[in-house]
Design a protein around this ligand. Structure first.
Ligand SMILES: [Zn+2]
Ligand SMILES: [Zn+2]
Length: 258
């Protein structure tokens, strides 16, 4: 279809224009301050320090940063809710600055930020490999419903995953899972409600690609884990051996007040 190709060309052009407007390491991706090219992750010193990076204790199940008042090795949320995925990891806590990074990538067309986030996640994975010897066979983004993706123009998890996979030098499989049902925004829903809504929304398109393989699922943020559980459910039923999850940012480890 010529219209689809035109759209693809437009997207490539837009990426090139973004590269000119936001070249690597010129402006802090959080506050927009001019930075020199030696700053890692295109962040100014202040913003980099402000972000709570996952360098200390993390939940051994979902990977979120453990709160100081949590003496255990598992987060408050994982104590109450079991997960379908095998193990999760994250790079930082979903505070104000990571939120602004994710929002720019998701809602303001800043696909160039996907490259930076991919770099952050690659460094996190390198550290995890050193610490735990973690291995996997292929990388897969959490899929977005095609209609939603058409409107946004891209799936941010796929943009991140593509850059991450290039750095990892591992196979990237964006078309194996399909989000076959669209869902309303999940903000404000309880973990149980999310789980019910997200069960059965994904379809496996190519079981051969994942049979007896360890899959690493990529997403921008981790909140309750209901989305990645929905994906893991389908992948494990389809024959995947292990399903790991790596996200850029995960919600704080807090006791639910309700
Ligand atoms: Zn900054
Ligand atoms: Zn957890």
């Amino acid at each position: 279809m010529y219209s689809e190709r035109m759209f693809m060309n437009f997207r490539m052009l837009k990426e090139q224009v973004l590269d000119l407007v936001y070249p690597d390491a010129l402006y802090c991706i959080c506050c927009g301050k001019v930075i020199d090219s030696t700053r890692p992750y295109r962040l100014c010193n202040e913003c980099r320090r402000e972000i709570r990076w996952a360098t200390g204790r993390t939940c051994r199940k979902c990977g979120k940063i453990l709160s100081e008042n949590n003496p255990g090795d598992i987060c408050f949320s994982c104590r109450e809710h079991a997960h379908i995925f095998d193990m999760g990891f994250t790079c930082c806590e979903y505070g104000q600055l990571p939120r602004s990074i994710v929002f720019a990538l998701k809602y303001h067309g800043r696909t160039d930020i996907g490259r930076t986030v991919g770099m952050v996640m690659h460094d996190r994975m390198e550290a995890l490999r050193r610490e735990t010897g973690l291995m996997y066979d292929l990388i897969m983004p959490v899929p977005m419903h095609p209609e939603k993706e058409r409107i946004r123009g891209y799936n941010q998890a796929s943009v991140i995953g593509k850059h991450f996979a290039r750095l990892e030098d591992m196979p990237f499989c964006p078309d194996v899972l399909l989000r076959s049902r669209n869902t309303a925004p999940l903000r404000g829903m309880t973990p149980e409600e999310r789980r019910q809504i997200l069960s059965g929304v994904m379809t496996l398109r190519n079981a051969e690609a994942i049979r007896n393989r360890d899959v690493l699922l990529i997403d921008d943020i981790y909140t309750t884990g209901a989305t990645v559980d929905g994906a893991a459910e389908v992948l494990l039923a389809g024959g995947a051996r292990q399903v790991y999850v790596l996200t850029f940012a995960a919600g704080a480890d807090v006791v639910k007040s309700e």
